[in-house]
Design a protein around this ligand. Structure first.
Ligand code: SAM
Length: 342
């Protein structure tokens, strides 16, 4: 099998794979649009793969190959769609997606790292031809019941698979109320994982529509959110009734010192949100509050493009930084350990 996630989150997805019963992670790469994690699934563990939260798509593998110098697309396509291996993958797909009809509709999606050396459309055409030779009654269509994806996840390394997931996997439970700038649930899930094992209250002080709160509740945290905008608080309350949300200012939190075990937030920087005044001063104040309300031994996890060292209080010790790409923009997930003041 293989799974895709947001570029930059492969290490978090690998950890989720390895912690899921019956799954273990293998080679990792990136096809430029998504990080790719190959994985093996024991008997009956494919359903568990579909339940992963950091993954956005899951595939059952039909073949993999390396591209030797000068190998044309037709050769790669033949190695990816091998008549002897396909039946097993198809029966695995049918177990999750329903019965296979003889006249199935299918669609091929290809992603390659270097368009000049190897045309994506050429590989798509050759793979479509290979499938049609093997399954003459299948019909190409878009949308189609079966999607066959072939991705180059590292230079010259290809893996192909049948897509098991649909849009619901990316949306998790979906949001009843949508707001601009809402986070992709897989990113929120990754941030909540980086906060560690659930242990009391997780606070998102800029909660927007509540995506992080929803993931926190699912992981087993008591989730609390604030937002400066009452509309956001209403959205979060509707979207995540199990969390508590109220209006509040991240620069001056109405929370006692050391009262939360985790502080996880997608700060208001980016296309939709700006902060008033000097950005460095805003960050210094907000991170000071994060350090104050998070108890020693807890975690602070932030999504923000950059964090000058000068804005980070000494009690927040950097544990991780994951550069991620969201809608083509570069940003980072930062994780800090809240260490003791002494
Ligand atoms: C990027 S959005 C958060 C999106 C959220 N993660 C979601 O999935 O919907 C940033 C949020 O910060 C809020 N915000 C801006 N300044 C704030 C402040 N000083 N205190 C609290 N919230 C603030 C905005 O109203 C906005 O809802």
């Amino acid at each position: 099998m293989f799974a895709l996630t947001v570029p930059g989150l492969a290490s978090v997805l690998r950890a989720e794979v390895d912690e899921t019963d019956g799954l273990s992670a293998g080679a990792t790469g990136c096809d430029r649009r998504a990080d790719v994690v190959r994985l093996t699934a024991g008997r009956g563990a494919r359903g568990a793969a579909l339940g992963m939260r950091v993954a956005e798509d899951v595939f059952v593998e039909v073949g993999h190959t390396r591209r030797g110098a000068g190998d044309p697309a037709a050769t790669i396509a033949r190695r990816l769609w091998r008549d002897d291996l396909v039946p097993r993958a198809l029966s695995a797909w049918a177990d999750e997606s329903g019965p296979l009809s003889a006249s199935l509709t299918f669609r091929v999606v290809t992603r390659v790292l270097d368009e000049r050396a190897f045309l994506r459309t050429d590989l798509r055409r050759r793979l479509t031809e290979a499938i049609q030779r093997d399954r003459p009654r299948w019909r190409g269509d878009d949308p189609a019941r079966l999607e066959v994806w072939a991705v180059e996840y590292a230079p010259g390394r290809f893996v192909a698979g049948l897509r098991l997931s649909d849009a619901a996997m990316r949306q998790h439970h979906g949001r009843e109320v949508e707001r601009e700038g809402a986070l992709r649930p897989a990113v929120a899930a990754a941030m909540v994982r980086l906060a560690g094992a659930p242990d009391g209250t997780l606070l998102d002080p800029c909660c927007g529509s509540g995506t992080i709160l929803g993931e926190a509740v699912d992981a087993g945290w008591q989730a609390a959110g604030t937002d400066i905008d009452p509309d956001a608080v209403r959205a979060a309350t509707t979207n995540v009734p199990a969390a508590s949300a109220r209006t509040g200012d991240a620069r001056d939190l109405d929370a006692a010192d050391a009262s939360v075990a985790a502080y996880v937030s997608n700060l208001p920087f980016g296309r939709q949100y700006r902060v008033p005044g000097d950005r460095t001063a805003w960050l210094r104040t907000v991170l000071g509050e994060a350090a104050r309300v998070t108890r020693p031994g807890g975690r602070v996890v932030l999504l923000v493009p950059d964090l000058p060292r000068a804005v980070v209080p000494p009690v927040l010790r950097r544990a991780d930084r994951l550069p991620v790409r969201l809608l083509g923009a570069r940003t980072s997930v930062w994780a800090f350990d809240r260490v003791s003041d002494r």
